[in-house]
Design a protein around this ligand. Structure first.
Ligand code: FMN
Length: 446
């Protein structure tokens, strides 16, 4: 025992020593409680500090005006509600880098500064209680529906394999080289505008089968030029987009990336390839890597199909990633209990816990976990038993709750899944023969 401690111990009475031991035990127990672990701030490599270990994960709001794609009062009200969620960081849903290849006709799109004031209102509302708002910036690639895009663009002209998606999405055309450079520039421009509007970070959406993850995918990227053909060339689009974004936002502004652990498709982006991407992102000084998985053909991001409960379904992968990088990691997908969230953080595998669907049904869940009044999210069974419907319902039902909050209402947990499904299909899925999608000017040579 070190000398000062020995001297202190000798001067303490037995009673004092017992009291000190009890206090020490209490302190250790306190520090292991989820409330304590999850309330710790996190300093990012760029120098910014997130207030705690909770992040509201990105969920496409689909509330913007379909003609202007500007943010509006509905989005501002929704984020006013989430400002009090308790999550230290709030990620927006997909904000598109242009108005052509959007994931939904009602996405917010940021190509230039025309909506700067509205973006400021959005940032102010979300950040009014101390949370940081990050903009998730995205390009939908071939996952832009016919209603939105006359002809989507992708690394290569590869149609969907999942038959049920074919009526909704047109076959993409391959991007020409100058267009690829333009899109990289567009990611950087949108990020710079986010910073100017007061957002406290950006995340490049590199997961779920959108453009960046299409470049990473050996199935969708069949190019043989300097953007495809080998794993290094397939990751070039992502790395150049991160680099351009860093140049645009400066060294002190957080940049995150959402990356698939894998696409879970035979011949698709594999776990092994993803590890190399992780190393490359660390070399680019990415501040927060969010781990997810899947795409429209296999919606693995929403969890396993089985009824068996499995929390944090990408945790094993996160542990492997931790083995190859020191970059701060955010894990999203399936977290429901405070104990599982705290374990993931205390094990060191994960730094930030991403929560999506539970914040649509219980918008103050993180705050209640942090003050010790909740220890788990409520469970909902909104399955119909038909796989295609169930995949769609995950999005429609939670989007329905977001829309209620955007009107100043509480979520309605007894909303009928059939009603929500019918409405969602009418709005989103059934192709409108009169819809006139947008398109890019045709490149000189493809
Ligand atoms: C309604 C809805 C919309 C979503 N939109 C996005 C999105 O815009 N960008 C994104 O990266 N992930 C999106 N996701 C996926 C979530 O961010 C998250 O990865 C997934 O829901 C799993 O996390 P959870 O189990 O906490 O819900 C969406 C999920 C839902 C339910």
């Amino acid at each position: 025992m070190a000398k000062p401690f020995r001297m202190l111990k000798e001067r303490m009475s037995l009673e004092q020593r017992e009291q000190a031991a009890v206090r020490a035990k209490e302190l250790i127990e306190e520090m292991q409680r989820p409330e304590f672990l999850l309330s710790q701030p996190l300093k990012l490599p760029c120098g910014a500090t997130l207030p705690n270990r909770f992040a509201k994960a990105a969920m496409t709001e689909q509330m913007a005006d379909p003609t202007t794609n500007a943010p509006n009062e509905a989005i501002v009200r929704l984020y006013e509600r989430w400002a009090a969620s308790g999550a230290g960081m709030l990620l927006t849903g997909n904000v598109m880098i242009d108005r052509v290849c959007m994931e939904n006709a009602r996405n917010v799109a940021v190509e230039d500064e025309r909506d700067l004031e509205l973006l400021r209102r959005w940032a102010d509302a979300a950040q009014s209680k101390g949370a940081h708002l990050w903009m998730q910036i995205s390009h939908a690639g071939r996952q832009s529906p016919k209603k939105v895009t006359k002809q989507p663009v992708a690394p290569s002209a590869v149609p969907f394999q999942r038959g049920s998606l074919k009526p909704i999405f047109g076959t993409a055309r391959a991007l020409a080289e100058p267009e690829i450079h333009n899109l990289i520039g567009a990611f950087a421009r949108t990020a710079a505008i986010a910073r100017k509007a007061g957002f406290k970070g950006v995340q490049l959406h590199g997961a779920h089968g959108y453009l960046i993850s299409e470049f990473l995918s050996p199935i969708v990227n069949q190019r043989n030029d300097s953007w495809g053909g080998t794993p290094e060339k397939r990751m070039r689009f992502l790395i150049e987009a991160v680099r351009a974004t860093r140049n645009a936002v400066g060294a002190d502004f957080p940049i995150g990336v959402k990356l698939n652990s894998a696409d879970f498709q035979r011949g698709g982006f594999s776990e092994e390839e993803s590890m190399n991407v992780v190393r490359a992102l660390e070399a680019e000084s990415v501040d927060l890597l969010e781990i997810s998985g899947g795409n429209y053909e296999n919606v693995a991001m929403m969890g396993p199909d089985s009824t068996r409960k499995r929390e944090a379904y990408f945790l094993e992968y996160a542990e492997k990633v931790r083995g190859v990088t020191k970059m701060p990691l955010m894990l999203t997908g399936g977290f429901r209990t405070a104990s599982a969230m705290a374990d993931a953080v205390s094990s060191g595998a994960v730094d930030v816990v991403g929560i999506a669907r539970p914040l649509c049904t219980e918008p103050d869940l993180c705050a209640r976990i942090l003050d010790g009044t909740a220890d788990a999210a409520r469970e909902f069974d909104i399955r119909t038993g038909v796989k295609l419907f169930d995949d769609m319902l995950q999005s429609f039902w939670h989007n329905h709750q977001m829309k209620r909050m955007s009107r100043g209402l509480d979520p309605n947990l007894s909303a009928s899944k059939w009603m929500v499904l019918a409405k969602g299909m009418a709005e989103q899925v059934i192709a409108n023969p009169f819809a006139r999608g947008r398109e890019y000017p045709q490149p000189a040579e493809v």
